[in-house]
Write a protein that binds this ligand. Sequence first.
Ligand SMILES: Cc1ncc(C[n+]2csc(CCOP(=O)(O)OP(=O)(O)O)c2C)c(N)n1
Ligand SMILES: [Mg+2]
Length: 341
Amino acid sequence: MATTNRTSPPFERAGLSDEQLVGMLRTMLLQRMLENRGFQLNRQGKIPFASASEGHEGVQAGAAMAFARGRDLLFPYYRDLGLALGVGLTPYEVLLSLFARAADLSGGRQFPHHYASRRLGIATISSIIAAQLSHAVGAAYALRVRGENGRAVLTTFGDGATSEGEWHESVNFAAVHKLPIVLLCENNEWAISTPLAKQMGQPDIWRRAAGYGLPSTCVDGMDPVACYLAVSDALDRARTGGGPTLVEAKCYRFLAHTTDDDDRTYRSREEVEAHRRDDPVPNFERRLVEAGILAPEGLERLKAELLAEINEATDRAEAMPYPGGEELYRNVYADSTDPWR
Ligand SMILES: Cc1ncc(C[n+]2csc(CCOP(=O)(O)OP(=O)(O)O)c2C)c(N)n1
Ligand SMILES: [Mg+2]
């Protein structure tokens, strides 16, 4: 699917200013470079684990641009590095999570890439596939009960998550109660080693929405502007009482599932290379340069600035201490109960 003809139509900016378009590219580049740093640190033996999101930059930068900071709530999943960066998480905060340091927003005790930020409205991530859906519809229901109009929930998940009962229950709940929520599927065609064709009898997640009675749309997940437009329309509708929408963004995972996975055991190099033609990062760079929105020198400067920022944040995070043993039960039991006494 991701290899469909993507010869660019005339540049469609969807009402976005030059600054916003360059901002989206910045998020995409930061995601790619920071993720690469995670893989380097893992191979150096400095961090135990990192996950991969190459190929998801377009959908995440577009969705982040549509998200209203300080107003909307985000219930993401583990592959959403770019979404987290796009709504305001800093590279330093990401690296504190990867290094599991005490100053990490979850006290160094979460799985790497499972960020949470009260400041940014990012709910804590569960590794249990599709668990964030029930949390997200619960939060959307709370917005409804409290009469907090003008706010919406954005939740994300993979194609594999749509095979979980929890996904179906949550989508149904959102539809029945007409909740202010956008359900964004990042369909990368794989659930670790399980291809889409082994998950469902037809390849479109968006078609599942009709069975629950909610509107849906399908978008090229390699195109950040198209993703911005789809998610922003859906969020606007949710914020103004129009109910839930399912958005499917077709993208691809270029790298292995995580640093613990070897994707050569289940998919061919030819398949991966064929999808590389649709790589959202160089394609969007080229589009901005060709449209005269960013000069080639400006692009090089941006990349150099981001690398310097990541290098500085790596050194600073690595120098921070681990949590002490006395932290073990903090924020686990109410009233800090010591479970052994
Ligand atoms: C309930 C549950 N079952 C299985 C797993 C193991 N697991 C982790 S990631 C993953 C694949 C999920 O695929 P998808 O939803 O398509 O997201 P992607 O990783 O492709 O972005 C699985 C099966 C899990 N974490 N939780
Ligand atoms: Mg997937």
